[in-house]
Design a protein around this ligand. Structure first.
Ligand code: B1M
Length: 213
């Protein structure tokens, strides 16, 4: 197998045996984020496909998630960090009912490496908890992640609850179950402030930079 194929296969197989040396090798050719967005994400897509076809069980997908997390944790130290003053404070959460956090945590890494103070509230975060954290932290924006189809609906509910609480800072949303159209036609109308869709973590950084300009 080529280096790229091996990197994908660690994720698919859910094994870390040989992972670190291959990540080191890959760093000679690619930037850390290219490794994540390329072979590691390709492996995760394959995991999603196999899971969908009932060829993997949840316990196996968890192993794959562990490999992805370990890879991101290792690669993080090699990512570029902007030496800048704090550009803004952002609350980050995976919405109520959803445990997927790899994408959200990647967003946290990219944003905090680029001058943002991130308050990461974790997973399965109900609107009440977001509202409470908003009042405590007074962030400049709120970032919501969700991967399940039901999480897309939960984003709408969350936007409504935030509006009822009088919150109108920009919201950034992301995750596999969403897209720009859903964000524009279904979430935005339920909220008083800006609602922006980010397709990946770098897009999330662009959006944060636009918001904080
Ligand atoms: Co789950 N899962 N899962 N899972 N899982 C999916 C999402 C699924 C599509 C798999 C499938 O069937 N093909 C499917 C959803 C189906 C649907 O609703 N349509 C699914 C399912 C069904 C489930 C369970 C219900 C399974 C079960 O229990 N029967 C269960 C749900 C539990 C719950 O949430 N209540 C479940 C559980 C799990 C694990 C715990 C085993 C594990 C998660 C571990 C963890 O996160 N700690 C897991 C995994 C790993 C996946 C897949 C395979 C991979 C997700 C991932 O980490 N991708 C996933 C299939 C897939 O996506 N191909 C799947 C890598 C990550 C870097 O990408 O999160 O998309 P992603 O983030 C991207 C962008 O989306 C964006 O930036 C990131 C990249 O730059 N982004 C943002 C994300 N959030 C953002 C926020 C932003 C900006 C950008 O701003 C705030």
């Amino acid at each position: 197998l080529s280096l790229e194929e091996r990197l994908s296969s660690y994720v698919v197989e859910g094994t870390k045996e040989g992972l670190l040396p291959d990540l080191e090798e890959a760093l000679k050719k690619y930037a850390p984020l290219e490794i994540i967005n390329g072979p590691l994400m390709a492996g995760m897509s394959e995991v999603g496909r196999l899971f969908n076809n009932n060829e993997l069980i949840v316990a196996e997908v968890l192993q794959s998630a562990e490999v992805m997390k370990a890879s991101v944790a290792y690669l993080e130290q090699f990512m570029e960090k902007a030496e800048s003053a704090v550009k803004g404070k952002i609350l980050l959460a995976t919405v109520k009912g959803d445990v997927h956090d790899i994408g959200k945590n990647l967003v946290e890494i990219i944003l905090s490496n680029n001058g943002y103070k991130i308050i990461n509230l974790g997973i399965k975060v109900p609107p009440e908890q977001l509202i409470e954290a908003f009042r405590r932290e007074k962030p400049d924006a709120i970032g919501l992640s969700g991967l399940l189809v039901k999480s897309a609906q939960q984003m709408i509910v969350t936007a409504q609850d935030l509006r009822s609480a009088g919150i109108d800072v920009p919201i950034m949303v992301g995750g596999a179950a969403l897209n720009r159209k859903f964000t524009k036609t279904r979430i935005s109308p339920e909220y008083d402030g800006l609602v922006l869709y980010a397709k990946d973590a770098m897009d999330g950084l662009d959006i944060a930079n636009k918001i904080s300009d």
